[in-house]
Every structure is written in C-alpha cells, then in structure tokens.
Design a protein around this ligand. Structure first.
Ligand SMILES: Cc1cc2nc3c(=O)[nH]c(=O)nc-3n(C[C@H](O)[C@H](O)[C@H](O)COP(=O)(O)O)c2cc1C
Length: 223
C-alpha cells in the first residue's frame, strides 16, 4: 500500500510543481496588466521639429511614475495622408479600409491613456495632430489624457485650450493641470534645436510631474 502511495506521490509531484509554475506565470501576467500604457503623442511632424526633444525631456521627468509605462508616438512615422476613409470613424474600426488607418487604430487602441504634446501654430494646434485624431473614434473614447503644450507665446496655451475642446468630444478624462512650456529664441541653437532642455525646462518640472500624477490617478480610477 505504502509503495502504491509512494508511486502516486512521485507521479503527482511534477504536476503540482507544474501547477505552481502556471500560477506564478499568471501572477506575473496580472502584474504586467497593472502597468498602464501611456502614449506620448508628438503633434508636430516637421522634419526639424523640437517636439521630439520636448517629448524626450517629458519622458525623463515621468518615467519613474509607478505602474505606468510610457511610449513615444511620432505621428510622422504613421504616414497618415489627409483623412481619406469613406466611413465615419464613429461607425467603428470594422469599416476602416486603408492599411494606414488599421495600423494607426491598432497603435492607439493599445494605450490606456495619452499625453498629447502640441506646439502652437498660428494660435492653434497643428493640422497634423487634428488629422491623426480625426482618423479614429472608439480608440480614444473616454480614456484618460493630459495635454502639454509649448510655444513662444504663453507656452502655446491657445493650442492647448482648443485641443482640450476637441478631446472633450471623445469624453476623455482630461487632467486639470495643463503644463505650457514657454520657448524663447535663446533656447535654440543655430539649427533651431533646443540647446539645454534640462536647464531651460527646469521651471516646468514640478508642473509636468503633477499633471502626470493626476493622469496616473485617473488611469487607476478608470480601471
Ligand atoms: C506654422 C507655424 C506657426 C506658428 N505659430 C506660432 C504661434 O502662433 N505662436 C507661437 O508661440 N509660436 C508659433 N510658432 C512657433 C512654434 O511654436 C515653434 O516653432 C515650435 O518650435 C514648433 O514646434 P515644432 O518644432 O515641434 O514643430 C509657429 C510655428 C510654425 C511652424
């Protein structure tokens, strides 16, 4: 009898170990799911834009935010022509016909929330950003987001205000804090790139961190 129990024990042991491994894996998976994914959307598509530098500076300020993973999203990389789908985005992704729309949809749907980074162009935000937004609907709908603007006049506040109105259309949960980074020509080198983001944007450090803390809190409340 003891012998039979012994054999059974040996046969079942690997199974129970296997079971533990499976449990461990599923716990790890759940842990990963707890990390919210936020896309930092770079609104400018100019070849020599400073938007990328601003986005990289923002990333260095916020990347330690607990449970949030950030990813830079260059609208330029998605090669979106002027909006050219026949269906209305509100009718849903099943009606998308173009590969560029399907790819953009998948990218945006993969995020739990967003930081919209916009420059100010002629007292508004760039057409490239509006075009990228207009391609989709459900992918943005009701998600938490923050707006960060930059420009020579009041840090691009006008662009941020207009963008906020558009994002409210999607019932996005927007942060009350909207950092606006004021540029000056002394910040730029001869190639019109930012010389020293660490020093020049230091006054905005706390404001940017507070906006992203608010965004992270909204992500937790939404899930
Ligand atoms: C078409 C255009 C219009 C602009 N209009 C404004 C403006 O109204 N107010 C402002 O403060 N800056 C304005 N600027 C300056 C931009 O804010 C500045 O060049 C900034 O670097 C643009 O961001 P980017 O380099 O990421 O494209 C304008 C720039 C461009 C290209």
């Amino acid at each position: 009898m003891r012998f039979i129990f012994g054999i059974l024990f040996i046969m079942l042991s690997p199974l129970s170990v296997k079971g533990q491994v499976a449990d461990h894996k599923s716990i790890e998976y759940k842990k990963e799911k707890l990390a919210y994914k936020v896309g930092i959307i770079i609104g400018s598509t100019r070849p020599n834009k400073i938007g990328r530098q601003v986005a990289e500076w923002i990333l260095t300020q916020v990347q330690e935010t607990p449970n949030v993973k950030f990813n830079l999203v260059e609208i330029e990389d998605w090669k979106l022509p002027l909006f050219n789908e026949a269906s209305l985005p509100i009718e849903g992704p099943k009606l998308y016909t173009h590969e560029h729309t399907k790819r953009w949809s998948q990218e945006i749907a993969s995020y739990d929330g967003y930081i919209f980074l916009t420059p100010q162009y002629n007292c508004g935000y760039p057409a490239s950003l509006k075009n990228a937004i207009d391609y989709l609907y459900i992918e943005w709908k009701s998600k938490p987001a923050a707006i960060i603007s930059y420009g020579f006049q009041e840090g691009g506040e006008k662009a941020a205000t207009q963008l906020r109105q558009v994002l409210e259309c999607f019932k996005m949960k927007l942060t009350s804090i909207m950092p606006a980074l004021t540029l000056s020509s002394s910040m730029l080198n001869e190639r019109k790139k930012l010389k020293n983001t660490a020093a020049d944007f230091k006054p905005y450090q706390e404001n940017v961190k507070s906006a992203v803390t608010e965004l992270a809190e909204n992500l937790r409340l939404e899930h």
